[in-house]
Design a protein around this ligand. Sequence first.
Ligand SMILES: [Zn+2]
Length: 190
Amino acid sequence: MTGKAYIQIAPYLQGALGRAVIERFWSKVDIRSKDECWDWKASLDTSGYGRFKLNPYVTGRAHRVALTIFGGDVGHGLDALHSCDRPKCCNPHHLRWGTVMDNVRDKIERGRVRSADMSGTKNPRAMLDEDELRFIIDCFRKGWTNKRIAEFVPVGHSLISRIRVGIAWAKETQALGWEPKPQFERRRAA
Ligand SMILES: [Zn+2]
């Protein structure tokens, strides 16, 4: 879990020192043709993203570094999204800056999101991943209705309603910063 507090990468890439950092960075990438994936050759984090030391004390995610080198620092605060769906890929042509919402939409388009049919009453915990929960919380804050949110995630609006009021997925959404509104306390206790 990373939250949205990404480190700013661009300052580490400036000047002569920065040029050395960039050179060191590309030496760890399996550079291929424009259409192929460029895999990170060094260590990965628990989510499968490449880890790159910008200096001895600061580690960044490799794909974010790649996109920052390629496209500047426009993505500060945004996610670096993969069109190829491979976290360790550092091919800038496969990357773009986007929001959590873009990320979920991408996943839906790629059909990676599990179908709502698999659902679940049997195993409701298996239905949403962290990106989807983050997206749902983002929508709550934007004032979206449960029905509208349900169009974008593989669960029904009734489950989203229960997430909103803190009955379902309470621990996970709380970890992501969601706090149900006080007027729902009564329902939650019921
Ligand atoms: Zn790729």
